[in-house]
Design a protein around this ligand. Structure first.
Ligand code: 5AD
Ligand code: SF4
Length: 478
């Protein structure tokens, strides 16, 4: 590495220490020095991973347009290409190595192209080392540095080395960043950052840092602003939204936030992701009482076996999970529950896996993201010896998917013959005479119409058919 304008490497060990206790809220302002550095230039952002990354990309697009960049029509032919990455599982990373390989050739053709890599992957020491050694990347920055983007670009233009800035301890909360939102009727709203759970398989507490909650007034004002702009739906984001407010030392929880946001006039509120241990009664009551809080909960269970849950450091049992779900179903009878499940955790026995299948039957999930356990360097589980073959893990995954797919179908079937309210997203991929959107229970719903003026509106659809991945119905005319 030569002539580095800025060089700060990540460290998983440092991230674990949770040193920075003085989290402040700072207000973003464009620095005059960087005001027009993107003038006449184009950008594109490739986003991988979770909704948190999608929300971050909208902020980075906002920052780039604020300093003069415009979005490139061809994403591979931009003056600045950013890859906003995910490292939660090995295969997420594999995809990004592939894209970086592809961009090598593009960069050779277009000499003034800058390539930046950001998000979770650069927070891993080993990934950052590999990027520096093997790929032609100009800017490498982590999840805590995205608001420094103008300075990083400036430094990249004014140096002939790589610009690396990945801090391991979390940064401040940055408010008032510009945003270019992808949708005109649905918006992501971050309510907190980071995760303090330290599930033993998970890299997120290291890449995203300690839990930091945004001030409630900043969140409420953002939602009020979105209502004024005509937005219909917000999805509140955090790695563990149920821990909202804990770090602020105030007597105000996620449930309180739901009640307050319900008063803003936003028509639909969703949230993700929840942790079963922290899901409290107040939140469940808010789901019952607030008309805008949608009847869907994504509650990752990960495993149905108490021993595995313990080794995963999930801090709840099968019985506690089921009892929370039962309470929720009692308060919100119409609710749809979805989940995340990992199979093949180190040494998981067939019997332990059977407990997961039993739980899936008992809870009747209407959807699940299912994964084979993937060891992540630096996490405790990665050091656990594992006697289960990959073949066995794939077999378990297939058996699980068969069950969870049936759950998707059952979840759709229960709406056949009923009317559901759908927020229309656009023309459906199923055929140009169909449109689609999501129902209150987060069911993808297609209906016959070519009326594009319906996009962004909430319409009523009578469901006629249930498929595994979606429902079909007819528009109900008033
Ligand atoms: N291997 C497999 N799946 C994982 N997840 C998180 N870490 C891993 C891992 N190392 C899954 C969990 C989590 C979801 C976002 O990703 O199920 O809820
Ligand atoms: Fe990872 Fe567990 Fe935090 Fe979710 S709660 S981000 S699985 S450590």
């Amino acid at each position: 590495m030569k002539n580095d304008a800025k060089f700060q490497m990540p460290s998983l060990k440092e991230a674990k220490l949770r040193r920075n206790l003085n989290i402040e809220t700072i207000r973003y302002k464009t620095n005059n020095k960087y005001q027009n550095i993107g003038y006449g230039k184009t950008y594109s952002i490739f986003t991988y991973g979770c909704q948190g990354n999608e929300a971050d990309s909208e902020i980075m697009a906002g920052i780039l347009e604020d300093i003069g960049y415009t979005k490139s029509a061809d994403p591979y032919d931009a003056n600045l290409i950013l890859l906003n990455t995910c490292c939660i599982r090995e295969n997420a990373e594999q995809r990004i190595w592939g894209v970086l390989g592809q961009l090598k050739g593009k960069k050779r053709e277009k000499k003034d192209m800058l390539v930046g890599i950001c998000g979770c992957m650069p927070q891993e020491e080993s990934a950052t080392k590999k990027i520096i050694e093997s790929y032609d990347v100009d800017i490498i920055f982590g999840t805590h540095n995205r608001h420094h983007l103008p300075e990083l670009i400036y430094n990249a233009y004014n140096s002939n080395g790589k610009v690396v800035e990945v801090i391991s301890s979390e940064g401040n909360i940055v408010e008032d960043t510009p945003k270019v939102r992808e949708s005109k009727h649905k918006a992501w709203v971050n309510i907190m950052f980071g995760c303090d759970e330290f599930c033993t398989y998970c890299i997120v507490p290291y890449t995203r840092g300690r839990e930091r909650s945004r001030n409630k007034d900043d969140i409420i004002n953002e939602v009020k602003e979105l209502v004024k702009e005509g937005y219909k739906e917000v999805t509140l984001l955090g790695q563990n939204v149920n821990a909202y407010g804990k770090d602020l030392g105030i007597d105000y929880t996620f449930g309180d936030l739901l009640y307050d946001l319900d008063k803003t006039g936003i028509e639909r509120i969703r949230y993700t992701t929840s942790h079963p241990r922290d899901l409290d009664l107040k939140t469940m009551e808010a789901m019952r009482d607030c008309k805008s809080v949608m009847p869907h909960l994504h509650l990752p269970v990960q495993s149905g076996d108490n021993q595995i849950l313990k080794i995963m450091n999930r801090k709840y049992t099968y019985e506690e999970y089921v009892s929370k779900i039962n309470k929720l179903k009692e308060l919100v009878p119409n609710i749809s529950i979805t989940t995340d499940i990992i199979v093949g955790f180190p040494n998981e026995t067939e019997e332990q896996f059977q407990n997961t299948l039993k739980l899936v039957d008992e809870v009747k999930f209407e959807g699940a993201f299912t994964f084979i356990y993937s060891p992540r360097e630096g996490t405790p589980a990665a050091k656990m010896p594992d006697s289960i073959s990959m073949e066995e893990k794939h077999d378990r995954l297939n058996r699980l998917i068969e069950k969870t797919n049936a759950g998707y179908l059952e979840g759709h079937k229960r709406f056949v013959g009923k009317k559901v309210k759908v927020l229309v997203d656009g023309v459906s991929k199923n055929g140009s005479d169909m449109m689609c959107g999501y129902s209150e229970n987060l069911k993808l719903t297609h209906f016959k119409s070519t009326d594009q003026s319906l996009i962004g509106k909430i319409v009523e659809v009578e469901v006629t058919e249930a498929k595994t991945w979606f429902m079909i119905g007819n528009l109900v005319n008033d």
